[in-house]
Ligand binder design. Structure first.
Ligand SMILES: Cc1cc2nc3c(=O)[nH]c(=O)nc-3n(C[C@H](O)[C@H](O)[C@H](O)COP(=O)(O)OP(=O)(O)OC[C@H]3O[C@@H](n4cnc5c(N)ncnc54)[C@H](O)[C@@H]3O)c2cc1C
Length: 379
């Protein structure tokens, strides 16, 4: 007998929501989360680092069981309109997190890092950093968006999503690289804290409510997407995603700060760090005593990450954008499921978002229900 029915590697929003969905669907399932960090710690650290106040997604995208549970939670706990921004009622970070904490329960949490996976007698053996291992019938890799992306020429530059990032005390002339929501929020946060900020972007600020086409939150786009041959889905994902864009509140705040001269702005293609600042493709140098990247995440996992190792060891197939070929149950191999952005070829462009956690949770809850029925039938 295995140690667990389900081991979820990763206790961020995805792993936690998937665990809660499985526990609701199959209360007797023996399930644990493996993560060296506290629940949702990485999510909170990244939100704090970039100065996020409201989620970008609507109040329908949350980590509760019922579709309307965030709205109900807000009403029952006295969160006023200041916690629901704009037409889409985007939740404040405080409301989102409080609701998530109330809804996600307290699954068994093994505070270890998973090092690798191996097939073992029809089940999975998960090797831990301690040298011990655990076995499970099913494993879910929910290890998050991965390593920060550093453009060529900036391989050693600090990144807002580095685990040890700290804005620190103002003083130095600081260039923030990245024209998307993270760069804009960080520039605003740094300027508010008294830093001398220059925001460096490749394009003018572009406004978009969401980071992908909202049609993919429901069947209108997801059903035709699922009917599209796998080889054509990569192009659909690229079309449906809007990287480097800003929701209206951040767009207004940053353009107002640029207009007021509170933040300087340069447009150009950064090519490398120099001794005095950042070199651009057109030959200009932007003076900087400190450069912070806000350039998102690399879409291919680090080779030494558990996902990177698993892809290499099991020779899993990915597309040109790093998305994995999975079946409709998000399985890369029998009993080995993958959530988050790598699951985009099944879940669509929102796979890495909160909506993606919900879609993965529903899919894996169905698997857990079926396992329970099979066990009962075989008992
Ligand atoms: C600043 C920011 C704001 C965002 N805002 C929104 C938003 O408004 N709406 C939206 O829909 N999406 C948003 N997203 C996107 C997405 O919802 C978040 O990135 C979310 O945190 C992803 O959750 P996750 O569980 O996949 O990853 P993470 O939060 O990164 O969690 C992954 C976990 O896996 C653990 N882990 C990694 N490797 C191992 C290992 N080998 N062994 C054990 N554990 C491991 C990590 O310690 C971590 O706890 C935002 C993302 C960022 C960065």
């Amino acid at each position: 007998m295995t140690d667990y029915d389900w081991l979820i590697i990763g206790g961020g929003p995805h792993g936690r929501f998937i665990a809660a969905s499985i526990a609701r669907a199959a209360p007797a399932a023996r399930l644990a989360i493996v993560d060296p960090l506290a629940a949702m710690a990485v999510w909170r650290a990244r939100a704090t680092a970039c100065g996020m106040r409201y989620l970008r997604s609507s109040n329908a995208h949350h980590l509760g069981a019922r579709a309307d549970s965030l709205r109900r939670f807000a009403a029952e706990h006295g969160y006023d309109d200041a916690h629901m921004l704009g037409y889409y009622r985007r939740p404040s970070l405080g409301l989102f997190d409080a609701h998530a904490a109330a809804e996600l329960g307290a699954p068994t949490h093994i505070r270890r890092s998973a090092h690798g996976l191996a097939r073992d007698d029809g089940a999975w053996r998960v090797q831990l950093d301690t040298g011990d291992s655990l076995t499970a019938e099913r494993v879910v890799l929910a290890t998050g968006p991965g390593r920060p992306s550093r453009p060529a020429g900036f391989e050693t530059t600090e990144h807002v999503f580095d685990p040890d990032f700290a804005l620190g005390e103002p003083g130095r002339a600081t260039v923030i690289v990245g024209g998307g929501i993270t760069g804009a929020q960080l520039a605003l946060r740094a300027a508010e804290a008294g830093h001398r900020v220059c925001w460096l972007t490749r394009h003018k600020p572009v406004r978009a409510d969401f980071d992908s086409d909202p049609c993919y939150a429901g069947p209108r786009c997801l059903v035709p997407f699922a009917d599209t041959p796998l080889a054509e889905r990569t192009a659909l994902l690229a079309e449906a995603r809007f990287p480097g864009t800003l929701p209206p509140d951040i767009y207004s705040a940053i353009t107002a700060a640029l207009a007021a001269g509170e933040i300087a702005w340069r447009q150009g293609h950064p090519t490398r760090l120099t001794e005095t600042g950042v070199a651009l493709a057109d030959g200009r140098i932007i003076d900087a005593e400190r450069v912070i990247l806000a350039t998102g995440f690399a879409h291919r996992p680090a080779p030494d990450s558990v996902l990177g190792r698993t892809i290499a060891d099991l020779r899993l197939v990915t597309d040109t954008a790093g998305h994995l070929h999975l079946d409709s149950e998000l399985a890369a191999a029998p009993g080995l499921h993958v959530a988050g952005r790598p699951a985009s070829l099944q879940l669509g462009p929102m796979a890495g978002n909160i909506k993606g956690a919900r879609l993965a949770g529903q899919t894996l809850a169905d698997v857990a229900r079926r396992d329970t029925l099979l066990r009962q039938a075989n008992a």
